[in-house]
Design a protein around this ligand. Structure first.
Ligand code: TYD
Length: 208
């Protein structure tokens, strides 16, 4: 298999799962193997996205449909302004959260309907699907323990909300195993990283 230069890799999971650690471990490993890498996140990967992030995570109450539209707007702008151009320039993109977060949090968590939110999200991102989505899986109780006392609007929701989100992520991974990798968020970070590297090997990206 030839060495791909531009893959779109996403990390998803509940709040406190340890995604950010994995994002940075993978970015470092790719850079050490001389790949060009852009690391970004949702919401907030652009200037407009950072304004949306403040509104939706730290503002006053936002109605459920408005919340879904704000997250969709963040993604639409982010894909158009950053993810697509960087990919077309031949760079790896690693994104902390993507469309599955919205389908899980707004669709399953807020009960707006997974199918409706999935359609909205796919329209927003012009059908751009990641090459690989890594689900870092932890229980709601463990997520709450790791977050401690600091919570944004979504993190503050009760465990049933987080359980619905977890179930959605696992269902997506089970339905599309060729596009997903599920890792146990309770495992040591280095072990999780090794599993991610091994999976990338199957896509032609060989990291040591
Ligand atoms: P963030 O601080 O980025 O959390 P984390 O480090 O856990 O990724 O907060 C993002 C929050 O927004 C998180 O609670 C998940 C939520 N979210 C949605 O509800 N819908 C979305 O589409 C996205 C991208 C995030």
């Amino acid at each position: 298999m030839s060495r791909p230069s531009a893959l779109f890799i996403v990390f998803e999971g509940g709040d406190g799962a340890g995604k950010s650690t994995q994002v940075h471990l993978l970015a470092d490993a790719l850079r050490a193997a001389e790949y060009a890498v852009t690391v970004t996140r949702q919401p907030g990967g652009t200037a407009l996205g950072r304004s949306i992030r403040d509104l939706v995570l730290h503002g006053d109450h936002v109605s459920a449909r408005a919340e879904a539209l704000l997250f969709a707007a963040d993604k639409a702008h982010h894909v158009d302004q950053l993810i697509q151009p960087v990919g077309q320039a031949g760079e790896m993109v690693i994104c902390d959260r993507y469309t599955d977060s919205s389908v899980a949090y707004q669709g399953a968590g807020r009960a707006l309907g997974a199918d409706e939110v999935q359609s909205l999200q796919m329209w927003a991102v012009a059908d751009l699907v990641p090459d690989l989505t890594v689900i870092v899986d932890i229980s709601p109780a463990e997520g709450r323990r790791r977050r401690g006392d600091t919570h944004d609007r979504l993190e503050a929701e009760e465990d049933a909300f987080h359980a619905a989100i977890r179930a959605h992520f696992l269902a997506m991974a089970a339905a599309y195993p060729q596009r997903y990798l599920v890792v146990d968020g309770m495992a040591p970070a280095e072990h999780i990283h090794e599993a991610v590297c091994a999976r990338l090997g199957t896509l032609g990206v060989h990291l040591t």
